[in-house]
Design a protein around this ligand. Structure first.
Ligand code: S3P
Length: 445
């Protein structure tokens, strides 16, 4: 039998140039679909990310009773369940690779009278769900998992949950969002206390759908609460460009000699821009202009030029604002003079893969001096990176894209074993990189 080659190969390139538009933000796309499905009336979404993760969330919310259609102009219309509430599907809900999708939907579904099984692909089934199921149990759901709080998990809710005052042990927007969504139909105030501020898209979007959300800063974190029952009302959502996807083109331009690119439509929400701040501290030539507001978020165009980078110590309290960007930061650090220290990032071990060990393996195989600790990485950079290795991606889109970006500036091509999962978050990655002149070979479509 002939096996399909699913990998890809990045060939050393020079002079990346051109203008590209960042694809829709994944976090905001998930929330637009979920909140639209809960709301009364219609929600119109433009700029939605057409990634596999978002398609899984669309399927899940359809199974829970919402009507979701794509229009000819590529906008989406959601007719929400409103006062009729979500319904129990007959089959298990399969959220694919999407951690954000499943955790937010388990929270939202718990607010209604439901009995539903949730599952996902092999990567999602290996990730911890107790962080969401534990607070939901405190609110009154029953959750059964045969595999110690991993998926598949069956959730039974009476739809009459107790409000909760929850101190989250994780700086996690997914946990915060699941608890707030579960509290939407409870009588009383549900509060989440987080010691570090995680991305605030749920708070912002709940307000856009007509809810009152109280958020007050506390030390490095915040106390956020909603008082139920809350009825959401359908609205328009214009999804801004994803800074976590823009990150790959930005680092590609910084490390590839002769580059000068522009990435338009990048969301500049401060809970997401930790990488940009870090790259600027490293001496990266990144200039933002054309600041404007779209869909309640500030967006800008970023101009990036090849730069001589230097190593920095990333403050651990910045981690939530760049939690998905450490693999690509480690690639930038490989091309920086001196040492880059990244600590306080143990959360990376429970992402789509163990991102600390996958990043260390990717860089080490390509000749980079990198060490690993329980909660961090340390990269001693230089300008001559040998490259030439085949990288194991562990079915993780951000590891796959980071490896290909490294290959553009290394001395020898870098290949990856599997490129298929890049479509979970950034289906236009190859096309956009090609537009700016990056030489990346990929399997024929
Ligand atoms: C996300 C939150 C982050 C991030 C993920 C998207 C979200 O996870 O890693 O890609 O949309 O809420 P945690 O909040 O669990 O850190």
């Amino acid at each position: 039998m002939k096996t399909m080659y699913n990998g890809a190969k990045a060939i050393p390139s020079t002079g990346l140039r051109g203008v590209i538009t960042a694809p829709g933000d994944k976090s905001i796309s998930h929330r637009a679909i979920i909140f639209g499905a809960l709301a009364q009336g219609e929600t119109q979404v433009t700029g939605l990310l057409r990634g596999d993760d978002i398609m899984s969330t669309i399927d899940a919310m359809r199974a829970l009773g919402a009507k979701i259609t794509e229009n000819d102009d590529q906008s989406w219309t959601i007719t929400g369940r409103g006062k009729d509430g979500l319904i129990s599907p007959t089959d298990p809900i399969d959220c694919g690779n999407a951690g954000t999708g499943v955790r937010l939907i388990m929270g939202a579904a718990s607010a209604y009278e439901l009995d539903t099984e949730f599952t996902g692909d092999a990567s999602l089934r290996s990730r911890p769900m107790g962080r969401v199921l534990d607070p939901l149990r405190k609110m009154g759901i029953e959750a059964d998992s045969q595999t110690g709080d991993k998926l598949p998990a069956r959730i039974k809710s009476s739809g009459n949950l107790k409000p909760l005052d929850y101190t989250s042990p994780h700086a996690s927007a997914q946990v915060k969002s699941a608890v707030l969504l579960a509290g939407l139909k409870s009588e009383g105030t549900t509060t989440v206390r987080e010691s570090r501020l995680s991305r605030d898209h749920t708070e912002n979007m709940l307000r856009a759908f007509g809810a009152t959300v109280n958020a007050r800063p506390k030390d490095d974190g915040q106390i956020v609460s909603i008082t139920g029952p809350v009825n959401l009302t359908g609205t328009r959502v214009n999804v801004p460009g994803d800074p976590s996807s823009a990150a790959f083109a930005i680092v590609a331009a910084l490390i590839t000699p002769g580059s000068d690119i522009c990435i338009e439509n990048v969301m500049m929400n401060p809970t997401r821009t930790g990488l940009f701040e870090t790259l600027a501290e490293m001496g990266g030539d990144i200039r933002a202009d054309n600041f404007r507001k779209s869909g309640g978020e500030v967006i800008a165009d970023l101009h990036v030029r090849h730069s001589m980078l230097r190593g920095v110590t990333v403050p651990p309290q910045r981690a939530p604002a760049m939690i998905d960007e450490y693999p690509i930061l480690a690639v930038a650090a490989a091309f920086a003079r001196g040492t880059t220290i990244m600590d306080g990032i143990e959360e990376l071990r429970v992402k789509e893969s163990d991102r600390i060990s996958a990043t260390v393996e990717l860089l080490r195989r390509n000749g980079v001096d990198i060490t690993e600790s329980a909660g961090g990485m340390r990269v001693r950079g230089g300008t001559d990176i040998v490259g030439g290795a085949e990288v194991k991606t562990y079915h993780d889109h951000r590891i796959a894209m980071s490896a290909l970006i490294l290959g553009l500036a290394a001395q020898n091509p870098v290949t990856i074993d599997d490129a298929s999962m890049i479509a979970t978050s950034f289906p236009s990655f190859f096309e956009l990189m090609e537009t700016i002149g990056a030489k990346i070979e990929r399997p024929a479509a």
